[in-house]
Design a protein. Structure first.
Length: 478
């Protein structure tokens, strides 16, 4: 950069958040604390009145983050090890709280010293530079950083390395020509993955009332159902984002979920929050074009799913009842959006059918974890010993759904609506096939995705659904 770079470097200072880590410990601490103690949100405002340093200290005490699970930039760690081997002194200099910083330093095992925030001093920017000058005087040093708060340190360093920079650090790097290490991840791809568009298939349930009322080809009803589908999909994505933020540590312990965008550090928490708020705003914007009751159901869905994310999903049995209810809410929303009157029979069938699928979901999660399954490992209220009980309850609930369907077929409503109502009886074995096949695959450990998504993607299930639709059509026009 200039003549300073010719001076031998004896000390290397490295920032933590966004540099050594692919995440920010302040955000991590906040969501860890909220997951364990949701009431922390009320204490947070009081802490902030005492300053950011005080808030970081309190969150560090409550959160209890496991340093071994955090997403490190392995290329930076390896480079620091090489500089350590070359005789350099390596110092972790971070604005994160000293408790968390020390735990990370102990885990990595290469740092000679740790500079970090305490509850009085937020060690960032000029304060961090002053701390470095206090200990090393005018000695030349190298610095690794990533944000606008690091620019003063870049300018003071003999060697500056800009790691996955934010907008301000990016401009400084381009003007200075300092060394740059790019983030290898694809931010757009990570954002799309975090929204889980494949899960939007579950929201096709909003079309069920229109189909059952034989109004799916009515232009206005179809448009209303389509708008409801989009609104629910965007709202669901916002909840998925929140859920992943609350489940960071549990996801990182999981054999496959550790690859999720937030858990792996490929998507930053602030970007995820902006994405979530944008999705929510768009969902309610779309709801303005539908009957006002739809917005009420959408709000109910969000409240229930938020409660589910914060605490209900860790409650034995209550979690699966809520999941079944959330599936049924989608059916209700489709009816309200299209101004279609829904029947008791449809709601009763939905509750039992979706309870069976919710139990499948819990069964497969528990089975994949194995005998070590516990609340601490899975974040759920189940243990490995519960597998058989869950399986029996799930199959029984599925059979109850078919019983409701049979009673509905025998009702006067069917006799009035169809020329040949006897054909509708064939729906019972078709639904039984779908339910039993799902449970057999689950017990074989061959069900590795959400059961609703599985049904909509599985060609055998699709064939059963197509046969059912054909039965309705034939029975109506025979």
């Amino acid at each position: 950069m200039d003549q300073r770079s010719e001076i031998p470097i004896r000390t290397v200072y490295v920032d933590l958040d966004g540099t050594l880590l692919r995440t920010d410990l302040l955000w991590e601490s906040l969501f860890h604390a909220l997951r364990q103690h949701p009431t922390v949100i009320f204490s947070l405002f009081g802490w902030l009145l005492h300053g950011l340093a005080f808030t970081k200290a309190r969150l560090a005490e409550v959160a209890g983050i496991d340093a071994t699970l955090l997403p490190y930039r392995e290329d930076i760690v390896e480079r620091l090890k090489q500089q350590k081997a070359a005789g350099c002194r390596i110092v972790l200099a971070t604005g994160s709280n000293e408790k968390l910083a020390q735990a990370i330093a102990d885990h990595i095992g290469i740092f000679d010293e740790v500079f970090a925030s305490d509850e009085r001093t937020n060690l960032t920017a000029e304060r961090k530079l002053a701390r470095i000058r206090e200990t090393s005087g005018d000695e030349s040093f190298a610095y690794f950083g990533n944000s606008k708060h690091d620019i003063c340190l870049f300018e003071a360093a003999s060697e500056a390395t800009v790691v996955a920079p934010d907008r301000s650090a990016d401009r400084w790097q381009k003007q200075s020509g300092a060394e740059r290490i790019e983030d290898t991840g694809n931010g757009l791809k990570a954002a799309i993955q975090a929204m889980r568009p494949h899960q939007w298939l579950k929201n096709t349930l909003v079309f069920v009332p229109a189909i059952m009322a034989h109004q799916i080809f009515n232009g206005s009803v179809l448009l209303s159902a389509l708008l409801a589908f989009i609104a629910f999909s965007l709202a669901a994505s916002a909840i998925y984002l929140l859920n992943d933020l609350l489940d960071l540590e549990a996801d990182r312990r999981h054999h496959s979920k550790w690859k999720r965008p937030f858990a792996s550090g490929r998507l930053s928490v602030p970007n995820g929050l902006w994405l979530g708020f944008g999705s929510l705003a768009a969902a309610f914007g779309i709801a303005l074009f539908l009957p006002i009751g739809f917005a009420g159901i959408l709000l109910l869905y969000l409240l229930v799913t938020t409660a589910y994310s914060f605490s209900v999903k860790r409650m034995l049995l209550l979690d699966v009842f809520v999941l079944a209810g959330l599936y049924t809410i989608r059916v209700l929303a489709g009816g309200v959006a299209g101004s279609i009157e829904y029947s008791f029979w449809l709601l009763a069938f939905s509750i039992f059918f979706f309870l069976s699928l919710a139990l499948v979901k819990r069964f497969t999660e528990l089975q994949q974890v194995g005998e070590t399954a516990s609340r601490e490992v899975t974040g759920r209220g189940y243990r490995h010993v519960d597998l058989e009980t869950i399986s029996q309850a799930g199959m029984t609930s599925g059979f109850a759904a078919v019983l409701v369907l049979a009673l509905y077929i025998q009702s006067p409503t069917i006799e009035r609506a169809y020329a040949v109502p006897q054909l509708i009886w064939l729906l019972c074995p078709l639904v039984l096939y779908i339910i039993m096949r799902i449970w057999i695959l689950a017990r074989r450990d061959e069900m590795h995705e959400d059961p609703i998504v599985f049904i909509l993607k599985d060609w055998r299930s699709q064939l059963m659904i197509a046969c059912g639709a054909m039965l309705f059509l034939i029975a109506a026009v025979w």
